[in-house]
Unconditional design. Structure first.
Length: 229
């Protein structure tokens, strides 16, 4: 998800986009109706035209099951539309998860966490410039997201924690023993109760398509111990 605001000749403009009808490295190309510049829909980078080199601001988003989202945000409104596979299409990462990974970061610093490796670890403590990150996955539904693991002046290391009666997926930090909700990033029990870790921009990708776009990016390899800053 990207912001549509750009600066053109010192003025802030809102762009409208359309589908150019061609692919670039297995990713479709957009055009904006104001300048006809050509944009990569995955990265938000203008590749040709008046705005070439302009980068749209990436906005945080999360691919999540509707029932989980509704329980967290009961007053959510839905932009419903007719489409192939349902009102917003069909997402199949839970069926073909080994082909997917979670991308964290941008450009040469981008790092891809393959779902099959995440499922073996469930919680990964790592570094993605400029952040110390924790990447988590819901094993049942194959949905992942990433957080900064810095709280105040502390950089935490997280480990899986046993679920309680609520059924929430939990983790515990080694430094304080605080218990955290893996998917809200909120501390729910312990010395840091009430604190939250910052969700980071992270996007599910088919691994082969990710490599086409982020040719210098890093693919996470399972490590025997968590990385420290």
């Amino acid at each position: 998800m990207h912001s549509r605001f750009v600066q053109i000749d010192g003025e802030k403009k809102i762009l409208e986009f359309g589908h150019e009808g061609v692919l670039y490295r297995q990713s479709f190309v957009m055009y904006d109706t104001l300048t006809d510049s050509k944009w990569n829909h995955s990265t938000g980078l203008a590749m040709a035209g008046k705005l070439a080199g302009t980068q749209l601001e990436l906005q945080p988003s999360w691919v999540v099951r509707w029932d989980k989202w509704k329980s967290m945000h009961p007053n959510t409104k839905v932009l419903a539309r007719a489409g192939r596979g349902g009102f917003m299409g069909t997402y199949v990462a839970d069926q073909h998860y080994s082909a997917f990974g979670l991308s964290v970061g941008l450009g040469p610093q981008a790092k891809l966490y393959p779902y099959d490796l995440l499922l073996k670890e469930e919680i990964v403590n790592d570094l993605v410039t400029p952040y110390s990150v924790v990447v988590v996955i819901d094993p049942a539904h194959k949905q992942a997201m990433a957080f900064s693991r810095t709280v105040g002046d502390k950089t935490l290391i997280f480990k899986p924690a046993k679920a309680k009666a609520s059924g929430k997926l939990l983790m515990r930090d080694e430094a304080t023993g605080t218990l955290w909700d893996r998917f809200s990033g909120e501390a729910i029990e312990g010395p840091l109760k009430g604190k939250s870790i910052l969700p980071l921009i992270s996007v599910p990708w088919l691994q082969e398509r990710w490599r086409q776009i982020y040719q210098d990016g890093i693919i996470y390899q399972r490590s025997p111990s968590p990385q420290k800053p």
